[in-house]
Design a protein around this ligand. Structure first.
Ligand SMILES: [Zn+2]
Length: 280
């Protein structure tokens, strides 16, 4: 089993105070999102391979240096795959990215348009996409909402990635979180483009929405484009798997359509890293 969406960071080093406060408000109590290596690895025990990244967004105050991720994944190189992060609104982002890939050995890229405040179609992104496409580096991007009030929802819409995929047909892209709550847009984009996928991370705790997402994915015939992920530390592995496997519990004996075992087992057993071109 593989997990395409986890984070590593140290809250005190990598988040600004306003962003820490936003996280506290979202849960209603103070939160320490710092990822400890041992706890992380214990949570990841069910997975053979795990993609790990930080996040960069000057606008909202997330800044995890790529060297931190490279050091983190170097502790379990057979299992962990580190991705760089990039904020194309900042200075020298291409120099940082090429250094992270070519010198630090990171294998893909995490983008957070809503955290950095850029439109995925922004011309500043073009060299990033060209670089990743030419080198076979997948991009996983946040799509959909977040709790941070400084983060502009407009640039989180999944449909904005349609134009990127049209212009970069070989680029592997993962639209994270099924674009919640804009999952219909997300499904429309992944259906069109052979190399655009989505992940199921951090969705199980809204079971009615999650159920409807999965039924819509079945109706559009795109469940083969859905990858499993957890969004650690925001959600743990066992609760994510349990929430996914028991998703039909919400419909009881109502007669509503079921998320099929084929859908569930297919997603949990998917060789997502191969689809994204991340070789062993
Ligand atoms: Zn995430």
């Amino acid at each position: 089993m593989q997990n395409v969406h986890t984070h590593a960071w140290a809250q005190a080093l990598h988040f600004n105070l306003a962003t820490v406060h936003e996280a506290d408000l979202s849960r209603g109590h103070p939160l320490d999102l710092t990822v400890q290596y041992d706890a992380f690895m214990a949570d990841m025990a069910p997975f053979d391979r795990v993609i790990v990244f930080g996040l960069k967004g000057l606008l909202t105050g997330y800044w995890v240096p790529d060297a931190y991720i490279a050091d983190f994944v170097a502790r379990a190189p057979g299992k962990l795959v580190g991705f760089a992060s990039c904020d194309p609104t900042g200075p020298s982002y291409m120099d940082e990215l090429t250094h992270s890939i070519e010198d630090l050995g990171l294998r893909g890229l995490k983008l957070g348009p809503i955290y950095a405040g850029f439109d995925p179609r922004d011309p500043r992104c073009a060299p990033v996409y060209d670089y990743c496409e030419s080198r076979g580096l997948p991009i996983i991007t946040h799509t959909g909402t977040t709790y941070n009030r400084a983060a502009p929802l407009g640039v989180s819409r999944p449909w904005l990635w349609d134009e990127v995929a049209i212009q970069h047909p070989e680029l592997r892209i993962v639209l994270a979180h099924l674009g919640h709550p804009f999952y219909d847009e997300c499904l429309a984009v992944i259906r069109k483009h052979p190399h655009v996928y989505s992940d199921l991370s951090a969705l199980f705790y809204r079971p009615w929405q999650f159920y409807n997402m999965l039924i819509a994915a079945q109706e559009y015939g795109v469940t083969r484009k859905l990858l499993f992920g957890t969004d650690y530390p925001f959600a743990g592995t066992q609760e994510s798997i349990d929430g996914f496997r028991s998703i039909n519990g919400i419909i009881g004996s109502s007669g509503l359509p079921r998320v099929t075992n084929e859908t569930i087992d297919g997603i949990l057993s998917r060789d997502s890293l191969a689809l994204l071109g991340v070789s062993r």
